[in-house]
Design a protein around this ligand. Structure first.
Ligand SMILES: [Zn+2]
Length: 443
């Protein structure tokens, strides 16, 4: 068994040798239409854009690196015969005609990453979707519905602080108010759209009309341990979590750390530290699978001999139930007010993102299960605790997601890994699900 680590130099070597094995395995009366080797070679190539010396990638949405990676992906979409269209939010669409005038079956994912991310989150679903088109072309398979591959922009939201940004605009959940938002270098979202060759004034045109989509599908790594630990190759997503995010600022008083007596301090960092524990305690205070996180903290002025006067941190809460996320936030807010009193500071929080939970469409879940069964692959139903573009698209189209195992459940890390066989399984199930939906929808 080949053990792969997504480290810079090893990645190509490791993927290349496993690719050869998978290719050999597939020659024995392969039930696969997708070409595992070809799919892996595109994953290896995409991993070069934004590669970090210590492994993995940093390829933020709306960045120079993302732009270069998009050019590569657009190139292979064109090679697969797709007609390319880029919407005013920068989302990339590649269409393959259908034989009838029917709404589109849309499938794809994203190619942006988090800071120091891995090579599989988003990439597998994006390149898997393009591989499905190549496989359909090879078998001269004509579908009734037009098919469209989509590459959503800035799914991770590490740039501009809003996750699933491109799909949110396409689903009409994010409007032109986003245009003036500045990134941490002071560049507005409107300016980044111009750099992507788009006219910010036309942002509203990115919205997809509800009657245009017959279905939306996304292949993705699980980013959790369920499939990997149970050794089940295919996950059928039931629902996707609600994600609430708030930015909090604690205002205290910066003062001399030597001369100010301990009982006269208004230390913003001490208060913020207690706030972090309050978030954890609220999340742990009831049963269920809810989670919460404080991902970073910025402290000012930031000197060893000055009492911190200001601390800034984001709070993120997730659960499959929208109501529970809001209830947890109310309890967190009470906790923060209590800390304010104890520490003599003032904390203000502002909601920055509120993505509602989404349910996958039962008929699409059934098609994914049937597709997996037809390849002889076991599947299980499971929720997604990661936010997804698909949860936005669920507002405007019937939606389904296919998960494949993530090694040890690790994601958003250079250690993220899914085997070539698992990736080929996922792409083949996507291929067959597309064809099943093409038969079953709009009969
Ligand atoms: Zn993703």
């Amino acid at each position: 068994m080949i053990r792969c680590r997504a480290l810079a130099g090893l990645l190509c070597l490791c993927l290349a040798s496993t690719v050869a094995l998978v290719a050999r395995a597939q020659n024995v009366s392969s039930p696969y239409h997708v070409n595992a080797q070809r799919l892996q070679s595109t994953l290896v190539k995409l991993s070069e854009y934004g590669r970090n010396p210590d492994g993995g990638v940093t390829r933020l949405g709306y960045s120079e690196t993302d732009m270069a990676a998009r050019e590569y992906v657009i190139g292979i979409m064109k090679d697969a015969g797709l007609s390319i269209r880029i919407d005013p939010a920068g989302n990339i669409f590649g269409q393959r005609d259908g034989s009838q005038k029917l709404p589109v079956i849309l499938f794809g994912s994203h190619i942006d990453s988090v800071v120091h991310g891995g090579n599989y989150d988003g990439d597998v679903g994006s390149l898997g979707a393009i591989e499905v088109i190549r496989a359909l072309n090879e078998s001269s398979m004509k579908t009734r519905h037009p098919l469209e591959v989509v590459i959503w922009t800035n799914e991770e939201g590490n740039h501009f602080g809003i996750g699933t940004l491109g799909s949110g605009i396409a689903a009409g959940l994010i409007g032109p108010e986003i245009l003036d938002r500045k990134d941490d270098k002071g560049v507005t979202f409107a300016e980044w759209l111009r750099r992507y060759g788009q006219d910010p004034a036309k942002l509203g045109d990115a919205r997809i009309r509800q009657d245009l989509l017959a279905a939306s599908l996304e292949l993705h790594i699980e980013q959790g341990p369920n499939l990997y630990e149970r050794q089940i190759p295919i996950g059928v997503v039931r629902s996707i979590v609600a994600v609430g995010r708030w930015d909090c600022v604690v205002s205290g008083t910066a003062n001399h750390a030597g001369t100010t007596p301990m009982n006269r301090r208004h230390n913003a960092l001490t208060a913020a530290s207690k706030d972090v524990l309050a978030v954890r305690d609220v999340v742990l205070s009831e049963t269920g699978t809810q989670v919460g996180n404080v991902g970073f903290m910025k402290v000012e002025p930031g000197a060893p001999n000055v009492i911190p006067g200001r601390a800034e941190f984001p709070v993120e809460l997730r659960d499959l139930d929208d109501g529970k996320v809001l209830r947890m936030w109310e309890h967190v807010s009470e906790g923060l007010r209590q800390v304010d009193k104890e520490e003599g500071v003032d904390t203000r929080c502002e909601s920055t993102d509120n993505v509602r939970s989404a349910r996958a469409t039962p008929a699409i879940q059934a098609a994914i299960r049937d597709a997996a069964k037809s390849v002889g692959l076991a599947s299980m139903d499971l929720p997604s605790f990661a936010g997804q573009d698909s949860q936005n698209i669920a507002k405007i189209a019937p939606m389904g997601m296919i998960f494949i195992p993530s090694k040890a459940g690790i994601s958003h890390s250079p250690e993220e890994y899914s085997s070539p066989q698992d990736i080929a399984n996922g792409a083949e199930v996507l291929y067959r699900t597309v064809l099943l939906l093409d038969q079953r929808l709009n009969p």
